[in-house]
Design a protein around this ligand. Structure first.
Ligand code: ATP
Ligand code: MG
Length: 257
């Protein structure tokens, strides 16, 4: 039986570390042998591929719907053509594949790119264990339903009072859209020792990722952040987070059996 993948959406305010953390989660899932992973870059300013050290040539957003209705090559049905075009956008790497949504053309709506994505995930022979979605800042994807309902929503925030307000807003939108509270988790990032994270009510953050000079060094050197040394604090913390994610994923698959 093909099991549906466990989907993790990484959200949060601009510049809080969504891409860094998404790439480190993917790296950690691979290290844990939880493969294959599908990485989805849902930010129009796609840069998840850089964090993972791969190159993207085409995005789903750049594919025009007309091409799929009018220009299907002779001898191909729509089903085959969709798969063919999706394959062109899919970058295959060790342990994971990546697809970038890019910037939508035409109507400015992601509907078509999103339809393609959902259709292709079903069609792909590869049985992804996890889908990790790096979303754009703001709640666009979640409020437009672009990424569907994830199994887990991570809200990345700096551990300050302003961060708390964003957490509350994202939480509110997500629950209004029908995502269960138990699926929403807070990740504090760039925690500097000595500053206690502000309280977030009764919920404890699922991870507190330290400020890590290796992450900064990778950024300055433009090297893939997912390749920082395995003993660097951020990577160790995210590995721990990935172990928790794995536990939730296993619980979900057991519940479905
Ligand atoms: N734990 C950390 N320690 C040190 N630097 C960090 C850490 N996490 C993120 N950064 C740095 O913070 C900056 C923003 O990170 P990142 O690009 O991952 O955020 P983002 O939320 O994806 O941003 P955007 O909203 O622009 O997509 C980067 O320069 C990154 O190197
Ligand atoms: Mg980003």
């Amino acid at each position: 039986m093909v099991q549906s993948p466990f989907t993790i959406a990484v959200s949060g305010k601009g510049g809080t570390g969504k891409t860094t953390i998404s790439s480190l989660i993917i790296r950690s899932l691979i290290d844990l042998g939880e493969t294959p992973v599908l990485a989805v870059d849902a930010d129009p300013n796609a840069n998840l591929h850089e964090a993972l050290g791969i190159t993207v040539h085409e995005t789903l957003g750049s594919m025009r719907e007309e091409a799929f209705t009018r220009h299907i090559p002779p001898g191909m049905n729509r089903h085959d053509y969709v798969r063919f075009r999706f394959r062109q956008a899919l970058v295959e790497a060790k342990g994971f594949d990546l697809v970038a949504m890019g910037r939508p053309e035409g109507s400015g709506c992601y509907c078509f790119a999103n339809d393609l994505l959902s259709e292709c995930i079903i069609q792909l022979e590869r049985d992804y264990r996890y889908i990790v979605i790096d979303t754009e800042a703001g709640m666009e994807h979640i409020s437009r339903g672009t990424i569907g309902m994830p199994d887990m929503l991570l809200i990345v925030s700096d551990p300050g009072a302003r961060g708390l307000r964003t957490i509350a807003r994202i939480r509110e939108i997500a629950t209004q859209l029908g995502l269960e509270k138990e699926k929403i988790f807070v990740v504090f990032n760039r925690f500097k020792s000595g500053t206690a994270p502000v309280g977030i009510g009764n919920d404890l953050p699922i991870a507190v990722i330290p400020e890590d000079h290796q992450v900064e060094a990778a950024d300055l050197a433009a090297t893939p952040v997912s390749q920082i040394p395995a003993d660097s604090p951020a990577r160790i913390t995210v590995l721990n987070l990935a172990q928790k994610i794995r536990k939730y994923a296993h619980e979900k698959s057991e519940a479905l059996q």
